[in-house]
Design a protein around this ligand. Structure first.
Ligand SMILES: Cc1cc2nc3c(=O)[nH]c(=O)nc-3n(C[C@H](O)[C@H](O)[C@H](O)COP(=O)(O)OP(=O)(O)OC[C@H]3O[C@@H](n4cnc5c(N)ncnc54)[C@H](O)[C@@H]3O)c2cc1C
Length: 410
């Protein structure tokens, strides 16, 4: 049970994305009765981001995180189109773009991340864009409906998801990746190879080890320029080269940030300033089994941190740590990945990639540290559980789909 003063605290949340909205709902559920004020700088009602790269073509883009009436019913003040400009840490006040000031007992930074910029000539041409917001997705939808030939700079999950949608509609997609393989930062070489094959079979042109140096066109983009001078004709470009945390407010307020960016938080989302918490994509957070903090950009991580922050605000028992995971949909493949993919693991394949149902288990001394799966929920669930419990498996039995998963554990 929260103490009366914790339950009555005035909570101000900066950002109105997944982490922020989850936190506000969970706080009310847990018995918080004090004021909750949320400031989001986007104009759209708070929405889900995952459909933006998966359903932008013909699905429902506007998937609200909560129905509009939720905020009034829960007595949550939601201010949209309002940007928080500064934090006055000693006075516990924030100042916003509309000129208002708001006092807080607890401030929660849930400012997320933004698309990583690509500082090359021609980036300002019309027809060159990013994909982070609902507005970005509306533009992308139009490009694809118009049959534009799309160049995607960056072969990460978002770039590949977009390529899959474009190909499913019969459009032209070219993925340009600087590294030697797609998904280089986030997946094993085995999964990269499987996904690369599948995309190529579906008609996407993938070029790895190429460096984009600029874009050309008369007003609207018509060519992508590569190092060495080669040019690729196109009618639109999606730049998907990662995201950077929106940690500027925190930096200006003097909060500790990780060397690579991201507000440093502990296991219950406390920052280096006691009255300020941070949750979601903006954080660099501790993870079970890892010495350094990490930035995770996923819905499950934002949800877990919202739960942790509720415990910190109400001074109640924190939830146990969860195994990180996320998902990606490409063609008919429902990918689910748990744990942290790192180099040097033994990789055990169960199932057959050609059948579209498989799992890659990552082992360190027979201990499962990560699992990358496609259309294989039982394997994913078992892998996630094993990662959490630090279980050992027999690699030979695990690789044999004739052996039940429970019999692969030793
Ligand atoms: C296209 C796309 C597809 C994705 N697909 C998946 C997926 O399949 N699975 C998965 O697990 N994850 C996916 N993700 C990641 C997931 O959406 C994020 O991890 C999640 O949205 C993080 O939530 P957040 O609240 O931390 O940040 P955000 O959702 O980025 O929300 C932060 C909000 O704060 C606002 N803000 C920033 N600064 C200020 C300020 N100073 N004042 C006021 N407001 C401010 C921002 O504009 C933004 O609206 C995807 C992301 C994208 C972009």
């Amino acid at each position: 049970m929260p103490t009366e003063s914790a339950a009555r605290s005035r909570v101000v949340v900066v950002g109105a994305g997944h982490a922020a909205i989850t936190l506000a709902g969970l706080l009310r559920q847990a018995g918080h009765v004090g004021e909750i004020v949320m400031m989001g700088d986007e104009l759209d009602h708070p929405y889900q981001r995952p459909p933006l790269s998966k359903k932008f073509s013909d699905g429902n883009l506007e998937q609200w995180l909560r129905p509009p009436e939720f905020y009034g019913e829960q007595d949550i003040t939601l201010r949209l189109g309002e940007r928080v400009l500064t934090i006055d840490v000693p006075r516990q006040h924030i100042a916003t773009s509309s000129g208002d000031e708001h006092p807080y007992d607890v401030l929660v930074l849930a400012t997320g991340a933004r698309s990583r910029p690509l500082p090359v000539p021609g980036i300002e041409l019309s027809g060159v864009g990013h994909l982070r917001t609902l507005e970005d997705a509306r533009v992308l939808r139009k490009w694809v409906a118009d049959g534009r030939r799309l160049v995607i700079v960056g072969g990460g999950y978002i770039g590949l998801e977009v390529a899959a949608v474009v190909r499913a509609r019969g459009g032209e997609a070219t993925v340009l990746e600087r590294e030697e393989r797609v998904l280089a930062r986030v997946a094993s070489a085995d999964l990269s190879a499987i996904m690369s094959d599948r995309h190529t079979t579906e008609g996407t042109s993938i070029r790895t080890g190429v460096h984009v140096t600029g874009f050309e066109g008369a007003g609207c983009v018509s060519r992508t320029v590569l190092a060495g001078g080669a040019r690729i004709d196109c009618d639109a470009v999606l730049v998907g080269v990662g995201a950077v945390p929106n940690d500027d407010l925190a930096v200006e307020a003097g909060l500790d940030v990780a060397p690579g960016g991201g507000v440093l938080v502990d296991g219950v989302c406390r920052t280096s300033v006691p009255s300020i918490l941070a949750i979601g994509d903006v954080t660099s957070r501790p993870l079970p089994g890892l010495a350094a903090t990490r930035r995770l950009e996923s819905i499950p991580s934002a949800t877990e941190q919202a739960r942790q922050a509720v415990a910190a605000i109400l001074a109640t028992e924190p939830p146990p740590p969860e195994t990180p995971w996320f998902w990606s949909d490409q063609f008919d493949l429902k990918l689910k990945i748990a744990g942290i993919v790192r180099p040097g693991s033994e990789i055990v394949l169960r199932g057959t990639p050609a059948s579209g149902r498989f799992a890659l288990f990552h082992l360190h001394d027979d201990v499962v540290v990560a699992v990358e799966s496609a259309n294989a929920s039982p394997e994913f669930m078992a892998g996630k559980r094993w990662i959490g419990s630090g279980s050992r498996v027999d690699p030979k039995r695990l690789a044999d789909p004739g052996v039940a998963l429970r019999d692969a554990e030793v």
